[in-house]
Each structure stands twice: as structure tokens, then as C-alpha cells.
Design a protein around this ligand. Structure first.
Ligand code: CTP
Ligand code: ZN
Length: 170
């Protein structure tokens, strides 16, 4: 809870202004604190729910007391799974996922990068066994750094930098 929370009641905070841009949702998920510019990547990671009939609201490039500028994604009627929250950490490391039921936030999940990733990233070394023998050696990566994010291939030790990780998932 930052300064914006305490100033919210007087109607002057930037977060309050943000709230007015999109209405509260009755049920579903609110993914908050996405780095500015990453909202569309987040939607893609969730499997583009708007293409399956879900109603989406997006706020992009709004002022945040915690992170300067941020994006917010709201998906009505869809509760983001724990596995999706983990994957979210890879492209939106500071994101918080709010699960909403009957207009109330009933759970707040922080995106924590998983220690191990199976079948999600691809090794960038063309000689890696996971590239040459995809079927017998599915890709496995271990977390090797958080800020910036880094993952190391189990088979050949190649490290993927945050930029590469985001571009593979985004
Ligand atoms: N929200 C929503 N619809 C609801 C309830 C909440 O769209 N029915 C949104 C809020 O607008 C906010 C987010 O979900 O963007 C989280 O709500 P809440 O926990 O009430 O806000 P904060 O306390 O500001 O969250 P944080 O501490 O994570 O910044
Ligand atoms: Zn490898």
C-alpha cells in the first residue's frame, strides 16, 4: 500500500484517476502492475481470451506510484490459473493478479518466476540436444537470475537473457 492508497479518498491520486478509466468487474481477473507496453504480450500469454468470447479491458501507459508507468489488463469471467501466473512472471515480473468474485478481490497472486520451466522456452544453441532431438529431450530451463531474468538450459548450459525470454513468449 503506497502513498496513492492513502490519498485515494480525496480523489486526487493518479491511481484513482486510473480506476475511472475502466469500471470494476463483477468476476474475473485483474492483472495489475504490468510494465508499460507489455499488456498485449500478457493477453497473448493468456491465450487471447478476447478471441474466445471473453470481455477484456485494458489500460495502457497510466501513471503508477510504484512503477512510473504501467499497464493493466482485466478479463471478465476468467480466473487466471496458477500456472498462468507463473508464466506471467516471465514477461511481467512485477505483475499482481487479482482474482475478483462478486466485485471483491478474493485473492492476490504475485507472479514469481518458476525455478524450472519445461517445454516453455527453446534453447538458442543449434547444437543443443533439446533442439536436435526435441522428442526425446524436451526443453528444460533452470532459473539463474531474477533481475534481470535469466534461465539456463539443463542440457547445454546456454543462458537466455531477459530480452530473449520475453521475445520467445511475447
Ligand atoms: N478491481 C476491479 N474490479 C473489482 C475489484 C478490483 O477491476 N471488482 C481492480 C482495481 O481497480 C485494482 C485491482 O483490481 O486495479 C486491485 O484491486 P485492489 O486490491 O482493491 O486495489 P489495490 O489495493 O490498489 O491493489 P494493490 O495493493 O495490488 O495495488
Ligand atoms: Zn541447450
Amino acid at each position: 500500500m503506497g502513498a496513492a492508497t492513502t490519498t485515494r479518498k480525496d480523489g486526487q491520486s493518479s491511481d484513482d484517476h486510473t480506476t475511472m478509466l475502466v469500471r470494476k468487474i463483477p468476476d474475473g481477473s485483474v492483472i495489475d502492475h504490468i510494465a508499460a507496453g507489455k499488456a498485449l504480450s500478457v493477453l497473448r500469454l493468456l491465450g487471447n481470451p478476447q478471441e474466445n468470447g471473453f470481455t477484456i479491458a485494458m489500460v495502457m501507459n497510466v501513471t503508477s506510484s510504484k512503477m512510473g508507468k504501467k499497464d493493466i489488463v482485466k478479463v471478465e469471467g476468467l480466473e487466471v490459473s496458477q500456472e498462468q501466473v507463473q508464466r506471467l512472471a516471465l514477461i511481467a515480473p512485477r505483475a499482481s493478479v487479482n482474482i475478483v468474485r462478486s466485485y471483491r478481490v478474493v485473492a492476490k497472486r504475485n507472479a514469481v518466476p518458476p525455478r524450472t520451466l519445461r517445454g516453455i522456452l527453446s534453447c538458442t544453441s543449434p547444437t543443443c540436444v533439446s533442439v536436435r532431438e526435441r522428442d526425446s529431450a524436451p526443453s528444460i530451463f533452470f532459473l539463474s537470475g531474477r533481475s534481470p531474468l535469466r534461465y539456463r538450459c539443463k542440457y547445454c548450459g546456454t543462458e537466455l537473457a531477459e530480452k530473449e525470454i520475453i521475445s520467445q513468449l511475447g
